[in-house]
Design a protein around this ligand. Sequence first.
Ligand code: DX5
Ligand code: ZN
Length: 219
Amino acid sequence: MNDIGIAPSILAADFGYLMRDIKAVENADYLHIDVMDGHYVNNISFGIPVIQSIRKYTDMEFFTHLMITDPERYVKAFADAGSDNITFHVECSSDPDALINEIWSLGKSAGIAVHPDTPIEKVFPYIGKVDIILVMTVYPGFGGQGYLDVSDDRLRQLRKAIDDRQADTVIAVDGGVAEDNIRHIYECGARLFVAGSSVFHAEDPAEAVEELKRCAALS
Ligand code: DX5
Ligand code: ZN
């Protein structure tokens, strides 16, 4: 994938007007859905019933980011709820290979996420096995944080590892992505950009998506 993708994170949407906010960003490539369980991260967001509900009203691809312990227990429920991609944290699974296979067997695309404090090499074994490697560029749990500069080198190392293996795994980044840094993050190797605040806190979220695309690709 040479193209770039934008995935607005509904964590930054107004939950009182959730479908209105989702409809506003249907020009984006994915809808990023942050699930938090209050165990793996110090926050609780929403879960399966919310995904089931919004599934009825949009055809967007659902990129479900599970920030939960024991993801094995819930992947089937998240698949049945309408996720298109299921991404779990490498830190949370005792057998990531088996979980990736299970996600595939459910007919879904698989992703693996990595916490900023986890050595990036930890995800190298899954290059070519997952569709997406999601590099957390903030501490998971909350939107609106600043991009961690240590991410630059981590992204470059992962980019090199993927290119060396001639794999087509997509590098996604999550956290602190904005118009003024997206081109730089692209140059470090990312191709799919999760963006919460910079999209939903903008006056015109659809236009914010277009602006992020323009800034990333300078097109
Ligand atoms: C953080 C979430 C992110 C978050 C990004 O735990 O995984 O997806 O919504 O929000 P911003 O873009 O505001 O940093
Ligand atoms: Zn996320």
